[in-house]
Structures are given as C-alpha cells and as structure tokens.
Design a protein around this ligand. Sequence first.
Ligand code: NAD
Length: 492
Amino acid sequence: MTATAPPSYVRNQIVVGGRWRDPSGGDVIEVVSPATEQVVGSAVAATVADVDLAVAAAAHAHATGPWRHATMEERVAVVERMCAALEPRLEDVLQLVTWEMGVPIRASRALHRDMAVGSVRHACAAARRVVVEEYREGVVDALVRLEPVGVVASVAPWNGPFLQALYKIVYPLLAGCPVVFKPAPETPLDAFHVAEAFAEAGLPEGMLSILPGGPALGEYLVGHPGVDAVFFTGSTETGRRIGGVCGAAMRRMVLELGGKSAAIVLDDADLSAAVPSLGSGAFGNTGQNCAATSRILVARSRHDELVEALVATAEALTVGDPLDEGTDLGPLVSRRQRDRVEGYTRLALDDGAVAAAPGGRPADLPRGWFLRPTVLAGVDNSARIAQEEVFGPVVCVIPFDDDADAVRMADDSPYGLHGAVHTADEDRALSVARAVRTGTFSVNGFVLNSERPFGGVKASGVGRKYGVEGIREFMEVKTVNLARGAGTFSAR
Ligand code: NAD
C-alpha cells in the first residue's frame, strides 16, 4: 500500500441499544489488510450475552418506545439527519473499507460514498411512498394497515461492508423496526460509523445495536426467540441454514444470497459498447459481487471476436495497491478466498476449458492475495465453473445458437439473481429480459441500482432490498374490519 505506515483502526466497545459499552467477553477480532497481510485494526467481539442484551433492548424499545408509532416523515427526518452526520466521516470510511477488504479507492468512492449515500436518499424517497394505512370500502369496510414487524436481526457479508451496513440498518428502521446488526468478521468496523451518525441524529434508545462476531454469533442471533425478522446477506449455504431456522420459528426473512448471473451477447451487439460493461460485470470488486455476470453467453458467430476483446480488457486492468488511484483490481479478501478461486480455475482447466487470459498471481506483488483476471473459453454450461459461484475475477464465455437457446442456458443454473442482455434491438432486449428467470436484469449494461427493488429467485434468495418493496419486507399487513358504523369511520 502507498501509505507509509499501516493505520490502526481500533474499536474497544460495542453498541447495545444505541449505547457504547464493553462487551461481556474479551475476544478480539483482528482486521488483516488483504493487500499487505498486516493487521490494520481490531474490534472487540460481542458474545451471546451481548446478543441477549441487544435483543432485549430492541424488544423493549419496540414495545414502549416512540419509533414504532412515529410517522414515516418523522423516521425519514432522523435518517436524513444521520446521512448529514455521515458526510464528514465519508473520506475516512473510504480508506477504512479499502484497508479492510482491499477494494480500490476509486471503486470505494463509487460504492461506499456515491452509491451508499444515494441508497439512503432513495430509501427515504421510497419510505415517503409507502401507504401505511388505507381505507377500503367493501362488503365490510376495512382499514388495511402496514405495521412494523418487530425486532430485526441484520447479518452482513464483507464484500461491500459500508453500503451493506447502511441499507441493512436503514430499511428496517424506516419500516419502524429496531435493528440488531452483525457485520462480517473480516469487516467489523464500518457499521460503527453508522451507529455514531444515528446517535448524532437522535435515534431513540434501544433501536440500534452493532455486534461484531463470527458465524456462531450470527447463528445465535438469528435463532434468538426475541427476534421477529431476519435480514441476511451472504452465501446460499448459510442462507439455507438461516431459512431453516426462520421456517421453524415462523419468522419473516429476507435472504440475499449468491449468484452465477449470465450476460447474454446477441449477434447484433455493439461489442465496443458491451465489452467495458462485461468487464466491470465480471471483474468489478475483483469479482466479489453477488450480481457479477460471471457467465457470458455469446452468439456463436461473435464468440471469437468477443473472447479477443475481453482478453484485451482483462489484460489492460491494473492490479495492485488499492490505495493507488490508478488501480482497477485490488486483492481477494482473504487467503482462503484466493485459494478457492485458484481451485475453481484449476478444476475448469482439468474439465477442458481454455485459459484465454490466464490470470494467476502477479509476480510483482509478492505480498497480498492478488490474482489477475482470468477469461475461460471452451466452457460447457454444465461444468462446475459455469454452475457454481466462484466469487473472484474469473469469467467463462459460452457460445449459443439463437435467442431461445441463450435464455435456456441462462436459466440452466441453480441461481437467479441478476443478468444482462446486449443487443442493438430493443424488442429483442425486452423479450430476453422478460424471459430469463432472475430477480434483476440489465439491458446493455451492468447496473447496480439502489433506487429499485433488488433480489433473487431460486437459490439466490427470498425477498427484496431497496425501493418501496425493501421497506414493506419489514412491515406486516393488518386488516381492521369495521363491522358497524363504517360510514362514521370513512368520514374521518
Ligand atoms: P457467509 O454466508 O459466509 O457469511 C455472511 C454473514 O453471515 C457473515 O456475517 C457471517 O459471519 C454470518 N454467518 C455465517 N454463518 C452463519 C450462520 N449459520 N447463522 C448466521 N450467520 C452466519 O458469506 P460471505 O462469504 O461473508 O459473503 C459472500 C456471499 O455473500 C456470496 O455468496 C455473495 O454472493 C453473497 N452476497 C449476496 C448479495 C445479494 O444481494 N444477493 C450481496 C452481497 C453478497
């Protein structure tokens, strides 16, 4: 890293119900820079006793506090004040995320400043559009209300830690729910900035807890009897486990899980416009994006041309120091993640894939968990490299015969998170976009849109984040039937 000395980000306390306090145990989570392999910070770990306290504080606030009965406008005002309180901290946050998980500073600015702040503004706009109570005339007139679901356990991954902390806290809060948030152990520090900003904004007591910890703490939290809903983002494997817990407890859940999304390049596509976005879709955040379009399905007649252009794009990317403004690709988040990506690439080559851009560890970067981007051609859609989420800078290119074949191959996947189509023909674009079974889709681009609902189908999850839909996930419908005197009620 270009900095002369590594920073030391230290958090000695946790947040329970909006108050800073010592945790009940003494374990410390070390934060290791994936670029230098040095320890650059630490956070004290919360314990199950802290989860008990945080859930109790949240349940008490929900039962007795003002937030549940506040109007949407009152909640939005607090969130907007929080957003203003974040502004002066954002430059520090960008650096922190870069040290924590290696995202290049330029990308960090786009994701953890522009998109993060944008996502909060969009959340406020969406909240204003939620119809909280509606009078419906009928055989029996009724009020149909949306009420906050109760205590929300939010559990996040490491791959976009500040953005994820923000939306996983803000959406349930806007719905009227207290939040107990557990960050990933790789990135335990960012959410504290959100808690500080909410404290300055005057969020009522009990409404927010930040509990750093690993899988065991997460498992205890999502299974806690005081939790009413779970908002989880992470792997499909963990999501299935949490889904089982929520099913048994009859608990509402939003699960944002993995993906193996396909970008479809039709025979009429303008490759000079498509290839840069195919590059970002495959290699952005070093491929550690749930929405990454890590399978590229291309019309057979354009296959060789596309592979050549993608290889040129991959080879032009600068891999290196994430603090350097010129860096395109930082390291993988951990040694384990790099080993996993290398394992998948070896497997693909053993299965007969051709490494058009070979990837591998850059010789000039002896420290850090760096990999150059890999482009694999000659891949069969049924191969493991095309079916399983790699979560690294590896893309496979697979030819198809016609549009129907492309849709069939895109859908031949356990996942259904995202996807894209590139074509000069609007009608063909929309017909492909409507046919593919995913929760999100982009036309002629790779778009991460925090203004509209986002989520997956099949093994990519249940429920949606963002938009009005993202707030309604944390609200229950209550019908109040007005058996007598409906005329009087409607006059109100
Ligand atoms: P992970 O499932 O290993 O961990 C995610 C979080 O869950 C961490 O905080 C972890 O400590 C916690 N956890 C682990 N086991 C748990 C359990 N049994 N009960 C409760 N909590 C538990 O995932 P990861 O490796 O941190 O993140 C990468 C994954 O996240 C990828 O699969 C990626 O696609 C997915 N992801 C999805 C989206 C989306 O919007 N769909 C967004 C970002 C990341």
